[in-house]
Design a protein around this ligand. Structure first.
Ligand SMILES: Cc1ncc(COP(=O)(O)O)c(C=O)c1O
Length: 458
């Protein structure tokens, strides 16, 4: 079969998958043993026709594919795939540009340049902020915190890129108790031991306690300091008061980094922007496009209000590389990767297709559907919605005949929707994360009915 026919057939299979999502269980149906049995064939000695391989792998994989792009997938924080972003992603693979340098793909370089400016504007960040298109929020933390490490040490006369951390002035790492694990992991990547992290207690809404931050900063040594805030706590969606945190932290000369893996998108909605007052006063921000913007994996975004620090932390050059003097944002300067996929292109397509109002509508709709979930669940006997549903996350516990962890297991097996569990205040809880562009009121109602049925609370 020629390549054109193979690609047309593959597109057909992809479309069949998408169109079948409403009918099939959201969870994967094949067991690990079945998947291995179907996929772990001996490595062929010689070539096999590509069409045969694609047909075989797609057929074997389908029962092992989770319906993460289904409008009733509410696990972890996993967005769907907006059609414009998905189609653009196909083109990215087809073009196979190396987005590390302008010369490796001029058109994708310009699309990323444009998308970067759109994002800064849409999220209300300082106009001169630099942007890195990275794989996910984990690497966005790494990138932004590398910039932070550069700046706070440069401020006391230490060039960390040149001299490393051995013998460097100690850096204070001050984080909220409800931070995401990826913050600690980014610090590890940057050569900071997790034992050095100073934790600010959270208030009863899982937000960083600002007076406690003030005390910790005032009581500790006057060293270079990085403070990490968060908008969008993984269980509750709680948002730290970034403006107030920045005011306190900046008084102590600290850098403020914001984990906004999903919550940063509240800033793109005129109605929800009030949830993130003072967001633009921080120094760096990390978010994902693969979560709430509904861009396919993998797509994270690092923003930095100090482009010089960002560039100093990331930039590299080699004699064989060609810089384009007319293009001011060679990707090598803003990303930890060297060669890389043009992952800003699906972001560009999503933003251009949704427009400013479409992004706001996507975010607001998901929040409204989270409220609908909470309303549908909270009046049922033995069901408690544990959080103040401020954003798109709903946290639920059950004290009826079926314990919470068993409810989670049964919902997952039922297949109407998919949710994940967590630990909340020492006990199990069920998490609902609404971040798919397609989720309708009907999807919520079907899911609420399924949850209450398996919980014996219908
Ligand atoms: C608050 C928060 N920060 C960071 C991350 C990590 O994001 P990623 O998996 O894209 O690296 C997540 C993922 O759910 C998150 O919710």
């Amino acid at each position: 079969m020629d390549a054109g026919e193979l690609l047309r057939r593959t597109a057909e299979r992809a479309i069949e998958h998408l169109e079948g999502l409403d009918e099939r269980p959201v969870h994967a149906t094949a067991t690990l043993a079945e998947l291995r049995g179907a996929l772990a064939v001996p490595l062929p000695d010689g070539p096999v026709d590509a069409a045969e391989v694609l047909e075989a792998l797609a057929t074997a994989a389908e029962p092992g594919v989770v319906g993460t792009t289904s409008p009733r997938y509410f696990g972890f924080v996993i967005g769907g795939s907006h059609p414009a972003a998905l189609a653009a992603d196909w083109l990215v693979s087809t073009w196979d540009q190396n987005a590390g340098l302008y010369v490796g793909g001029p058109a994708v370089g310009v699309m990323e340049e444009v998308a970067a400016r759109w994002l800064v504007d849409l999220l209300g960040l300082p106009g001169a902020s630099s942007v890195g298109f990275v794989t996910g929020c984990q690497m966005a933390h790494f990138t932004a915190l590398a910039a932070a490490r550069h700046k706070v040490l440069a401020d006391v006369g230490w060039n960390v890129e040149e001299r490393g951390l051995i013998g460097a002035p100690p850096v204070r790492l001050v984080v909220g108790a409800a931070r995401h694990v990826t913050v600690d992991r980014a610090f590890r990547y940057l050569g900071f031991g997790n034992g050095a992290i100073e934790v600010v207690p959270a208030d009863d809404g899982a937000r960083l306690d600002v007076p406690a931050l003030e005390r910790i900063l005032a009581d500790g040594p006057d060293s270079p300091t990085i403070v990490c805030a968060q908008v969008g706590e993984i269980n509750t969606g709680a948002l730290d008061p970034v403006g107030a945190i920045s005011e306190v932290a900046h008084r102590h000369g600290a850098w403020v980094h914001v984990d906004g893996a999903f919550g940063l998108w509240a800033a793109a909605s005129p109605r929800l922007r009030r949830l993130v007052p003072g967001l633009d006063r921080a120094d760096s921000w990390a978010t994902d496009a693969h979560k709430w913007l509904n861009v396919p994996y993998d797509s994270g975004l690092a923003f930095c209000a100090h482009p010089d620090a960002h560039r100093a932390a990331m930039s590299t050059m080699a004699p064989y590389l060609e810089r384009n003097e007319d293009y001011p944002r060679e990707q090598l300067d803003w990303n930890p990767e060297f060669s890389r996929r043009a992952r800003g292109v699906p972001v560009y397509a999503a933003l251009r297709s949704l427009g400013r109002e479409g992004v706001a509508d996507l975010i607001e709709r998901c929040c409204a559907r989270a409220q609908r979930f909470a309303a549908g669940l909270r009046d049922a006997p033995g069901v408690t919605v544990q959080n103040d549903v401020v954003l798109n996350q709903v946290l639920v516990t059950f004290d009826g005949s079926v314990p919470t962890d068993e409810v989670v297991r049964r919902v997952q097996a039922d297949g109407t929707c998919w949710l994940s569990g967590t630990t909340w205040r020492g006990g199990p809880a069920l998490r609902i994360s609404v971040c798919n562009w397609q989720t309708s009121d009907n999807d919520v109602d079907r899911s609420v009915a399924a949850i209450l049925r398996v919980a014996g609370a219908a």
